[in-house]
Design a protein around this ligand. Structure first.
Ligand SMILES: [Zn+2]
Length: 117
């Protein structure tokens, strides 16, 4: 890969920033099981014991669960990109193995595929 070191550092900083934001949002609704793997478990908040409280708890949990899944997936894609940077395999399309154009990486540093794919 021929990504310039300065640009790579720029992309890495963008990924780390995104990672931080996701972790902070996840922290509000879930607790980390394995932070390095981006694995989180949705928290179940105990509001009360009567029927309405229980219904609210389940509603909230269901809602949080879907948000948590979305955030967790995004976080894992970012962790994967960071891992690829470490290994030096960052910037290649997972589908056709071609280099992903820099413009695309700049717009989306965690892109896994090229525009064609
Ligand atoms: Zn491709």
């Amino acid at each position: 890969m021929t990504i310039d070191k300065t640009i790579l550092a720029e992309l890495k900083a963008a990924l780390l920033k995104e990672k931080e934001e996701l972790e902070s949002n996840l922290g509000k609704i879930a607790r980390p099981i394995d932070k390095a793997e981006g694995d989180y478990e949705t928290s179940f908040e105990d509001i009360g014991t009567d029927k309405d409280d229980n219904a609210t708890e389940v509603d909230q949990y269901t809602q949080n669960l879907s948000v948590e899944n979305t955030l967790e997936k995004k976080l894992q894609v970012i962790l994967e990109a960071l891992e690829k940077m470490e290994k030096g395999t960052y910037g290649f399309c997972e589908n056709c193995q071609q280099e992903i154009p820099l413009d695309r990486l700049r717009a989306n540093p965690s892109a896994k595929t090229c525009i064609k794919c």
